[in-house]
Design a protein around this ligand. Structure first.
Ligand SMILES: Cc1cc2nc3c(=O)[nH]c(=O)nc-3n(C[C@H](O)[C@H](O)[C@H](O)COP(=O)(O)OP(=O)(O)OC[C@H]3O[C@@H](n4cnc5c(N)ncnc54)[C@H](O)[C@@H]3O)c2cc1C
Length: 452
């Protein structure tokens, strides 16, 4: 909320109870509904609203200080409306990837220099998550793999090839990671029937819920963080001393520093982000092969481009099952089903059965596998008008920070965005000094343009 005299309003964008059950959350960790203390603390140095990847990364980096830093650790309070990691991070595709076939779109919207910086940042996120999984001994099935964008449509394949060749010539970053395979071998290499071409890159496949909740466990072990689940934040009021009162569905509390890692739900607490970060609903599924049946193991991950505008993503799991998401064109025209929607307690009806037999339809050797859809769920993304996340200090505020609005690709940004926000808070550095691509900075100008 803005000025000091405002009366706290009810939050109209609260996560709803009884969200659809995602495969990733099927085996809840002991912290899932944990409260560090019975009562809410009345005060904390830093309050982080969220326990998704962005919020937990911020907490981790706030407490993961350098060896020579002997300043006292701040007290951190994590407020989560539902269970830990029950937002989008607990219901996504489990991929950190920049789709190689969409780099051209990125260059068109941001320009070549900024697009290059964004791609390098995504690559840095891949390796940063990999390293923290290794260093903190987190069991999250983190695996570097190759991921193929596979074109099934002749014209699309021609375009993808031409753009890739243009990128190669221009020396654009990431091209050293890219590998093109043409029609002669595309089907054999990708295992997808009718593949006209494939463009592959390095990705991290991981289990987002296991990653986030075990990282949170490491955070709590540091001793100065307090976790409060099932504690929706309903309003925030600026106090006379420039601190804040945070209202929850339980008690209220005070703090000088707030981190909004609330992604699609942000505008409920920060109205200036209304129409800037819009909640949108998307869907994914888990496909399994029944016992006694066989299907070839897939060691790559995929984006299948049926046409340029119709794309699904697949993330095979080590146990041979597959997470598949997409199917947007089955409901895209019915905007009321998904745009400006923050209810993830229901499915998107036209896509309910979309994933059935998808593996049989497209993958060599899966025709008689009997593969079946084990579960389908929905999640709420934060979509921005200009296609870039909002990271940094909330314009015009003191002590309010935001990292949100990832347009369906937050795994690729949020971990190092959390690192940057933690440094801004602890070291008092500016956004520019964090080294994050400048086009991701939240600014008043971006808010104004988005609302125009
Ligand atoms: C179906 C689907 C597939 C996707 N696949 C991928 C993928 O493969 N790769 C990729 O990079 N991205 C993917 N995404 C997007 C990605 O999941 C998100 O961008 C990312 O998880 C955002 O993380 P976050 O921490 O910002 O948000 P979230 O995980 O949504 O965390 C926000 C948290 O804040 C809490 N919260 C909100 N408001 C309040 C409040 N008022 N009080 C208290 N708590 C509150 C919520 O309960 C939630 O836990 C996908 C998204 C969907 C829906």
């Amino acid at each position: 909320m803005g000025g000091g005299d405002e009366i706290p309003q009810g939050n109209k964008l609260l996560p709803v109870p009884h969200s659809t059950a995602s495969y990733w959350r099927s085996d809840p960790h002991w912290l899932d509904e944990y409260r560090s203390t019975e009562d809410l603390p009345s005060q904390a140095d830093i309050v982080i609203i969220s326990t998704g990847i962005a919020g937990v990364s911020t907490a981790y980096h706030l407490l993961n200080r350098k060896d020579n830093d002997d300043t006292p650790q701040p007290s951190i309070l994590l407020l989560e409306a539902r269970q830990v990691c029950s937002g989008t991070t607990g219901r996504n595709g489990g991929h950190i990837k920049k789709l190689p076939s969409t780099i051209v779109d990125l260059i068109q919207s941001l320009g070549s220099t900024a697009a290059g910086e964004v791609i390098k940042f995504i690559r840095a996120n891949i390796y940063a998550v990999k390293h923290v999984i290794e260093n903190e001994k987190i069991e999250a099935q983190g695996e570097l793999r190759r991921s193929f964008d596979v074109s099934l449509h002749e014209e699309d394949a021609i375009e993808v090839k031409a753009e890739f060749e243009r990128q190669l010539k221009s020396g654009f970053p990431l091209t050293e990671d890219l590998q093109y395979v043409g029609e002669q071998f595309a089907e054999r290499i990708t295992s997808i029937r009718g593949a006209k071409c494939g463009l592959s890159t390095v990705v991290l496949s991981f289990w987002p819920y296991k990653f986030v909740i075990q990282l949170l466990e490491r955070v709590l072990n540091k001793g100065t963080a307090n976790l409060q689940t099932n504690t929706p934040v309903t309003a925030i009021e600026t106090d006379d001393d420039e601190g804040y009162t945070i209202y929850t569905e339980r008690e209220k509390l005070r703090t000088a520093t707030i981190v909004f890692a609330t992604n699609g739900y942000t505008a409920g607490l920060l109205p200036q982000y209304r129409d800037v970060i819009t909640p949108t609903k998307a869907t994914a599924s888990h496909i399994t092969v029944p016992p006694g049946q066989n299907a070839p193991y897939l060691s790559n991950t995929y984006n299948i481009r049926y046409t340029k505008d119709r794309v699904d993503y697949l993330n095979p799991r080590p146990d041979g099952s597959i997470v598949v998401g997409g199917g947007k064109w089955t409901y895209e025209k019915e905007r009321e089903l998904w745009y400006d929607v923050h209810d993830d307690s229901t499915l998107i009806e036209p896509a309910r059965h979309y994933f059935d037999e998808l593996m049989q339809r497209h993958f060599r050797g899966w025709e008689d596998s009997g593969a079946e859809t084990e579960s389908v769920w929905t999640g709420i993304q934060g979509v921005t008008k200009d296609g870039a996340p909002h990271i940094g200090k909330v314009p015009g505020s003191s002590g309010q920070y935001i990292l949100a609005g990832y347009n369906g690709g937050g795994n690729a940004f949020a971990f190092l965005a959390g690192h940057a926000i933690a440094r801004m808070i602890r070291e008092g550095i500016t956004f520019e000094e964090t080294g994050i691509p400048i086009c991701l900075k939240t600014t008043q100008a971006r808010l104004d343009v988005s609302k125009a």
